[in-house]
Design a protein around this ligand. Sequence first.
Ligand code: PLP
Length: 395
Amino acid sequence: MPPGGETSGVPSSNIYEYSMNKTLKQSVLDIASREMGPFYFYDRSVIRENCRSFSSIPYENKLITFASMANASRPFLRTVLEEGFSIFVNSHGHLDIALELGFPGKDIVFTSSGMDEESMTRVAKMGAILNLDSLGQVKVWRSLFPGKPVGIRCNIGDRVEAKKTRGGYFLGRSSRLGLNLEEIEALDDKSSINGLHLYLGTDIIDLEYFQVCYSIVADLASMFPNLEYLDFGGGFGVTTEAGQQFDMDAYGAAVTRIMEEVSKNHGRSIRLILEPGRIIGGESAWFVTRVTDVKQRPEMQFVGVNASTAQFTRPLMYPDDAYHPVTLLSDDRGGSKLLSSIYGCSTYSRDFFSKDLELPPMQKGDLIAFGHAGSYCSSSYTTFLGFAPAVEHYQ
Ligand SMILES: Cc1ncc(COP(=O)(O)O)c(C=O)c1O
């Protein structure tokens, strides 16, 4: 069952089926009685619980970093910091926030692409863990800091059937990211490479894919005598529409086995780094909106709310597969369900939160909350359309 929620029937984005537990619902209603605008509501206990499931992976020598692109709000980041997490950033903006909040510099992971000299120098000076994206980037690094160890991002796509995940392929020939196997082999002075980084893609539930890809990187590790860490990135899926969940226990056991083997082969303990993003907060939050207009048409009930998908962007970015279960927070007035679409209060033709779902007859003033709103939602807010970022509340 999704944290903080109660389900009835098979989850589907086409019906509203997901409701908050009573305590959370009361907190949301209290806020809505004071504030008219749309807002995010986070349940911190879910974030904490998800952090703890990573911290309890049996392999001891590990650094768990939260992927700030999933959520860069300060209260969110403070929560993961309190849970003993470090942070993975891919930009200097997020690096600034991480340093401001007190994440220790030497445990911050910076993985990006197309870095210029200034960017590399800043990361090098603060002693963060850096993964470079290409042979060219390694060359620049070596010219700036001869002999200084650095990590590389690996595209192992030639040895695995790459999975297409949301946002496309992150491995294989259609991915622009990382060094491919030929480039990894061609790299000279392998002794100055201290880490191998991998990112499979996002929202993956299939444990076997993680294991197969990790094992390939574990094989590559033998080429690098001074290896200090393997960074396996993120990609851990949140509960699917069909109710499937990521199996953390099985994952923890599998990654521990792989790391123990690599450490044995190197004759010393190799550090495991992970960069979970989506899974940490995805199910911890709701985006709460208020109905402002209802158009009853013969074929569709159009429900307008006081928010735009510019403030809650996943339905805008992934209109076909962003899954955000809908909860109605107003009293059930009954009435037979109507085929409905919920739209944002702009004139942009694609400003839809949800299409073709079944809702009871709606009225102005009703509250609608969209679930799974804690990852890649507030952090991808866009100024396009001119709406202010939605307020974020944490409990
Ligand atoms: C390099 C890297 N690591 C970690 C993440 C976080 O991924 P996820 O949210 O799927 O766990 C991302 C997301 O794009 C990424 O690019």
